[in-house]
Write a protein that binds this ligand. Structure first.
Ligand code: AMP
Length: 303
């Protein structure tokens, strides 16, 4: 595995692959890798000839009171994991390499950023869209792989790619969970034993939501059930629990026949966790994939 920290070296490597008619897959991350990230590498290896992973903790997507400074990092371990899984090029730029000057151009995706994390983390998705667009321009991948763990992020990136005609296909990949159901996240290391135990209520609430949906409950009833389950844990502080259409992320009157997401963000102590469940119904999918461009960028499974 080759490791580079300059955009120039990255571009040179990619140009050689493309000159040899190899397809390039891209997995952007913030590092402190786990099986969730590795599943994206597996998907990239299945679909492309040369896999680029980036590790960059992007200051632009953190709010002033968020965890930028204490975000977990372990580059040595990340390098070993990436190499063992078959990443071909690891791109680890410094903040100075990515942002030699404060950016004066920021990408703002409207609509899908209005609710969920877009509402509770102002500016977050501007930072995400801007860095991902920059990385796409540097790597010029044929395919880019994103986890549905960050389902709103997938919707934002798909919207950006569609609106700006970026020549890359976005491949959404399913959420990877610990054996006990907790969604894997670099931030899970912040949790103490008791918080970790109570955080299991998130996945449990999503499973109950799925059951309630199958029983024909309304969005409000499902939401209340989820809230009850999570708020039974004394350390849980709910940021949001919402049921919205997916991928447009708008409020829903009724769940039957539509594609929707149950999304939640909950704090345990200082740690904010997110998780979700996506249900794609055939009717909703047919409505959404009205044309071929949409079809290409639509996730086609439920978690
Ligand atoms: P991060 O390093 O947290 O920015 O995540 C990098 C990529 O890995 C994003 O596309 C995430 O959605 C994805 N990812 C993180 N956790 C998981 C998980 N548990 N399952 C699947 N994908 C994940």
């Amino acid at each position: 595995m080759k490791i580079v920290d300059s955009i120039e070296a990255l571009r040179k490597w990619v140009a050689e692959k493309k000159a040899n008619r190899q397809t390039v897959g891209f997995v952007p991350t913030m590092g402190f890798l786990h099986e969730g990230h590795m599943s994206l590498v597996d998907a990239a290896k299945d679909r492309t000839d040369a896999v680029v992973m980036s590790i960059f903790v992007n200051p632009l997507q953190f709010g002033p009171t968020e965890d930028l400074d204490r975000y977990p990092r372990n580059l040595e371990r990340d390098q070993q994991m990436a190499e063992a899984r078959g990443v071909d090029l690891l791109f680890v730029p410094s903040v100075g390499e990515m942002y030699p000057q404060p950016v004066k151009t920021v990408i703002h995706v409207s609509g899908v950023t209005e609710r969920l994390c877009g509402a509770s983390r102002p500016g977050h998705f501007d930072g995400v869209a801007t860095v991902v667009c920059k990385l796409f321009n540097m790597v010029q991948p044929d395919y880019a792989f994103f986890g549905q763990k960050d389902a709103q992020q997938v919707a934002v990136i798909q919207q950006m790619v569609y609106d700006l005609n970026l020549p890359v296909e976005i491949v959404p990949c399913p959420i990877v969970r610990e054996k006990d159901g907790l969604a894997m996240s670099s931030r899970n290391v912040y949790l103490n034993e008791e918080e970790r135990k109570q955080a299991l209520s998130l996945n449990q609430a999503l499973r109950e939501a799925e059951q309630a949906y199958l029983e024909g409950r309304s969005p409000e009833e499902v939401k209340q059930l989820m809230l009850q389950k999570i708020q039974a844990e004394p350390l849980a502080e709910v940021d949001y629990v919402e049921l919205l259409s997916y991928p447009s992320l708008e409020p829903l009157e009724c769940l039957e026949g539509s594609s929707f997401i149950c999304a939640l963000a909950v704090r345990f102590g200082k740690t904010r966790l997110i998780d979700n469940l996506i249900i794609l119904n055939r009717k909703g999918r047919e409505q959404h994939v009205a044309n071929d461009d949409d079809r290409k960028n639509t996730p086609c499974y439920s978690n």
